[in-house]
Design a binder for this molecule. Sequence first.
Ligand code: SF4
Ligand code: MSK
Length: 623
Amino acid sequence: MKDHKKLTIWSEAQALIKKAKEEGIETLWDRKRAQEPHCGYCELGLSCRNCAMGPCRIDPFGEGPQKGVCGANADIIVARNLLRMIAAGAASHSDHGRDLVEVLYKVGEGEVSGYKISDFEKLKRIAQEFGLSIEGKNQQEIAKELALELMEEYGTKKHRLTFISRVPQVRIELWEKLKVVPRGIDREVTEAMHRTHMGVDNDYISLLLHGVRTSLSDGYGGSMIATEVSDILFGTPEPRISSLNFGVLKEDHVNILIHGHNPVVSEMIYLAVTDSELNELAQSLEAKGINLAGLCCTGNELLMRKGIPMAGNHLLTELVIVTGVVDAIVVDYQCVMPSLAEVAKCYHTLVFSTSEKARFPGMEHVEFTPENAKEKAYELVRKAVKNFKNRIPSKIFLPSKEMKSMTGFSVEAILRTLGGSLEPLINAIKTGKIKGAVGIVGCNNPKIKQDYGHVELAKKLIANDILVLTTGCANVAIGKAGLQVPEGKEFAGPGLKEVCSALGIPPSLHVGSCVDNSRILVIACALAKALGVDIKDLPLAGAAPEWYSEKAVAIAFYVMASGIFTVLGVMPPVLGSKNIVELATSGLENIFGARFAVEPDPLKAADLIIEHINQKRKALGLE
Ligand code: SF4
Ligand code: MSK
């Protein structure tokens, strides 16, 4: 593959793509090329297979059919498809949250041995937020009562999700007027599927408003629950230094990678790799020890809480196996490419699936439940250790470069860094040392040169004194570029550099995994409340330069609906409806006080964001 240098900005990844090619390994870039040109109808959002009278498609040139068999036009089909994307994204984050709530309940019942309450203060605080009395109750009692309350957030008994009370009143009133205040999480997702069934909701605006409601049930529901319960169970992250890149793998150690999203499995693997008997077993097999590293969002969860290094982000998950030193990968769910098992077959790597709801052909399935997780984790680590001796020396190629990264900026940690209140941040914004803040979130997509969008956008923003907050795979990209260590202040403009020096923080803060975008919402809400304004008035923006996942569509919608201008680097499948494009890129401003823009060039995306932040500052009298 001559063009491997065009696929990713990282020379180590380029070298591994070259090695994969030489060894006859097919990667996602090969398969992307085989798919091109992608179906134009699908790219425009103009194909529908929601019923068996179809599938139907609308001719974008106006020469062929303009309606499906049922009579649905382009607006209806595009809106229905978009709503289904949002529903799938919201469902994924929220089901992840539900799995954590079930573990919390079982901890409360005393039924599980590996899990415990790690942040009792947070447990008490959230219980009180839910109106529970904590007087005279022990950890287990509070955990069980809170878990039952959180389960109710998924159902239909409530008229409003509890965490909505974190939102400024003026925004809640807007959502009430628009009838988009989220009720039960499952209710919104189910209703989205109902509305998009043939013959139900056929008004594109009404469909999209329900898309907003569904996305808000994710942002202020499923995702926020996932974040808060993960902190309660596994600890609220604190700033710490760790490492990134292929170089975190160790040739002389047993290497185990955890991949997916939910810390329920990976925390138990972490426990097992610290076991002395298993480490002795590794040494008896001539390994120096057991090395655990992360991929994707489950990696971010362990990186944040335990300092476990990250080997790579989404598009590097195949290449990491190509190093030939990975003895096992343990996956839970989401963003796990089924191709991993195929790549692993060409090496000695064992690949284990663990979730009852996520099976992969070619992977050994070892099902984890809250009750057996500890025992199963030990079983998998033992298998990985024994696999060390099966390495194929001629297939080993490990680029050694590793980068340092500071992680762990939970809301609590940010507040502590600021001395206990948001006042220093507000003052820095008022004086213009920090012009504004931008959340750079999400994935990789092979339609963009890997990590180019994240890195160039972050660099330009911080050079313009804009603080960056990152989640998901963006963390690995921006961290590898050297922007997530205090020394990264050298890339920042003079004002942001001064603030970073004073606080000892990087100009780009690692906030967590993709459910942890909820932490960014909490900060935005708290800032707006402190200033007595709506979120839409703040100099903030969101960006997803390399998004690929349906979860990213849900995130983009709840960020926009919260009043934050959102720039996407990849075009969503909406171009088939002029009305929807017009609404998304301009009409929404009059409804939610925020809108979307699509700009694949990260430098131009940065310009759009800088202009937006300057306008917001001017409106606040902060020129
Ligand atoms: Fe065709 Fe309408 Fe059925 Fe969609 S719902 S496949 S547009 S008939
Ligand atoms: S969603 S951020 S590809 S892991 Fe967490 Fe997946 Fe990364 Fe998007």
